[in-house]
Design a binder for this molecule. Structure first.
Ligand code: THU
Length: 140
């Protein structure tokens, strides 16, 4: 997949604001850890919040719900993801979400902000080097 142009500062600010606002809709009664995420896909923003379940392993992270919203809208090229959570340090996407994000934008920008406004940024390929991907296996 080709590298995309760097998202503008304005796009990044809109993305972080979208993640911050959707965090209010998180359903996280078990962990109490509310997370909002937003992806920038082909110039549009799609949002997701974490969604937990009484059967704990069925819970889904905010990032994966945002990816699902983009794909359901027909957008498969993700340029950036923003995450907002309430920890003291910016929350990086979990390993499973890194893998799912990689499928739709291996070079994407990852921005994470705390509710207090502390921000970190990475490239996804720094967070998930040597990723397993479509070219990693031969289809029958
Ligand atoms: N969680 C996310 O939604 N995104 C992350 O990047 C880290 C973790 C959720 C999963 C679970 O609902 C809660 O945070 C605690 O792990």
């Amino acid at each position: 997949m080709s590298r995309r142009a760097e998202p503008s500062r304005e796009d990044i600010e809109r993305l972080v604001a979208a993640a911050r606002s959707v965090r209010r809709r998180a359903y996280a009664p078990y962990s109490g850890f509310h997370v909002g995420a937003a992806v920038l896909a082909e110039g549009r923003i799609y949002r997701g919040a974490n969604l937990e379940n009484a059967s704990y392993p069925l819970s889904v992270c905010a990032e994966r719900n945002a990816v699902a919203a983009a794909v359901a809208a027909g957008r498969r090229r993700i340029e950036a993801v923003a995450v907002v959570a309430g920890d003291e340090e910016p929350t990086p996407p979990c390993g499973g979400c890194r893998q799912v994000l990689h499928e739709f934008g291996p070079g994407m920008l990852v921005v994470s902000e705390t509710t207090a406004g502390r921000r970190a940024r990475w490239r996804l390929d720094e967070l998930l080097p040597a990723a397993f991907e479509a070219s990693s296996f031969v289809r029958p």
